[in-house]
Design a protein. Structure first.
Length: 461
């Protein structure tokens, strides 16, 4: 009989129920956290006189043996054990004897046990994702420092808008990823409280020390309400949300990498290490990595919505529905981890075609706004009128088959006599880019300031 079934049951559980009810196939991923929590619980029970020192020592040695067996691959997982908690406890009892092994669960329920294990997993992986995201920012920073004066067409509506530098564009993504780190940090701090000791839902009559186990396990304090302790899954929702936003940013960058590596752009060349070929077209070099990054983003969105749907109608306290809380989180964490790692390597190994970026800036009249600004600042023309005059200048440049940055000054003066002979130096692409030197702007000087700020911030990782 499965150890989770009490004496009230007269019949064995059906095989179908065992398969339907079991979470062991996926929650065995929590074995480290389960053993870590049990070690802390046993030590506390001993200090409180609930277990003898010898019993606690035997349990600790037994748990460490179970850990070694799992990590060496010798542990046999049996679906009859239902979940990782019962699997570990059963093997522990085989090692130390049922009398001692059965005492470990004193003053504890599987409800607070699973809440603890899952929370520990989420907290650890939030920190892991923070470190991986910081590494990605470092890679972007390294690339950016080499391209503070590399011209790139800045776009709105996917249309050429204004000249920027490539570093400035990458800094926009660094800003996004920096916010992602902030979200993970905030969630980690907000959720760093231990549910252990909540028992089934109402606490326990045993004289336990919840502060001790919380501290031992790296939490700031115990959760203040036992019912909330076993039923709260905000921490799981938060990591799913944080990963969803992170993957949104990854997906946006992936989309640009796909565009930039296309024949139409040729701004970058992805390395052979992170590209694939076609089964029929030998000339093809496909950007499968960024495409998969883009696709996997939808997958993590689904995991977030799935858990929201599971939790939305649950009465307090613990319900078996909560068994459905883990697989989506495991999947999203693993997806985010490999996505951050492979994107980092993809960026490190790609080549950047500065010449093609620069050539692209000579299309689309990127410095048109600079002509309007010139008319405002040098001819005291209201901006709306300057905007209209600039539109006529762009139309004339189109007729002549040249970019506004290359148009002859005499042609501009035919459109409006208030345009001076010095207008040409304001319309060059480099001048246009460097004119935007306000804080946070694309000018090389402003870009260097942003790089310095990121460098100072990243030193804490």
């Amino acid at each position: 009989m499965a150890k989770s079934r009490s004496g009230v049951f007269e019949k064995e559980a059906s095989e179908l129920l065992n398969r339907f009810n079991a979470s062991l196939p996926f929650d065995k991923k929590l074995y480290k956290e389960d053993i870590e929590g049990s070690l802390a619980h046993a030590a506390m029970l001993s200090e409180q006189g609930i277990l003898t020192k010898d019993e606690a020592n035997s349990i600790a040695l037994g748990l460490k043996k179970v850990l070694e067996e799992i990590e060496s691959g010798r542990f046999v997982f049996d679906i009859q054990d239902e979940d990782i908690h019962m699997a570990v406890e059963k093997r522990l009892s085989e090692i130390v004897g049922e009398d001692i092994g059965g005492r470990l669960h004193t003053a504890r329920s599987r409800n607070d046990q699973v809440a603890l294990d899952f929370r520990l997993y989420v907290q650890k992986n939030s920190l892991h994702l923070i470190n991986l995201t910081a590494k990605l920012i470092n890679t972007l920073l390294t690339i950016a420092k080499e391209h503070t004066d590399t011209l790139l067409p800045g776009m709105t509506h996917l249309q050429h808008a204004q000249p920027i530098n490539f570093a400035f564009h990458l800094l926009a993504y660094m800003s996004m990823f920096r916010r992602d780190i902030g979200r993970f940090e905030s969630s980690h701090k907000r959720n760093n409280f231990s549910p252990l000791g909540s028992a089934a839902m109402a606490g326990t009559p045993y004289p336990i020390d919840r502060d001790k186990t919380a501290k031992e396990l790296g939490f700031d304090a115990p959760m203040s309400n036992a019912m909330d302790g076993v039923s709260d899954r905000d921490f799981a929702l938060e990591i799913l949300f944080n990963i969803s936003v992170l993957m949104t940013h990854i997906s946006r960058l992936a989309e640009e990498l796909i565009l930039w590596s296309s024949t139409e752009f040729k701004f970058i060349i992805l390395s052979d290490e992170y590209s694939t070929g076609s089964s029929i077209m030998p000339q093809k070099k496909n950007p499968d990595v960024p495409e998969l990054l883009r696709g996997k983003t939808g997958r993590v969105y689904g995991n977030l919505i799935g858990l929201f749907t599971v939790l939305k109608g649950l009465p307090l306290a613990y319900n078996k529905d909560m068994q459905e809380d883990k697989e989506g989180v495991f999947d999203s964490v693993e997806t985010a981890v490999i996505s951050l790692k492979i994107l980092n390597e993809l960026l490190k190994t790609m080549s950047i075609n500065k010449e093609n970026m620069s050539k692209a800036c000579a299309k689309g009249h990127l410095s048109a706004t600079d002509l309007a600004d010139y008319l405002v600042t040098h001819a005291n023309i209201p901006f709306r009128e300057a905007h209209f005059i600039t539109g006529k200048a762009v139309a004339r440049a189109e007729e002549l088959g040249v970019d506004i940055s290359e148009i002859n000054v005499k042609e501009l003066q035919k459109i409006d006599g208030r345009i001076g002979d010095d207008v040409g130096r304001f319309l060059s692409l480099e001048a246009s880019m460097n004119a935007r030197n306000s804080k946070g702007g694309t000018a090389t000087s402003a870009t260097l300031s942003q790089i310095k700020e990121i460098e100072e911030w990243i030193k804490s990782f």
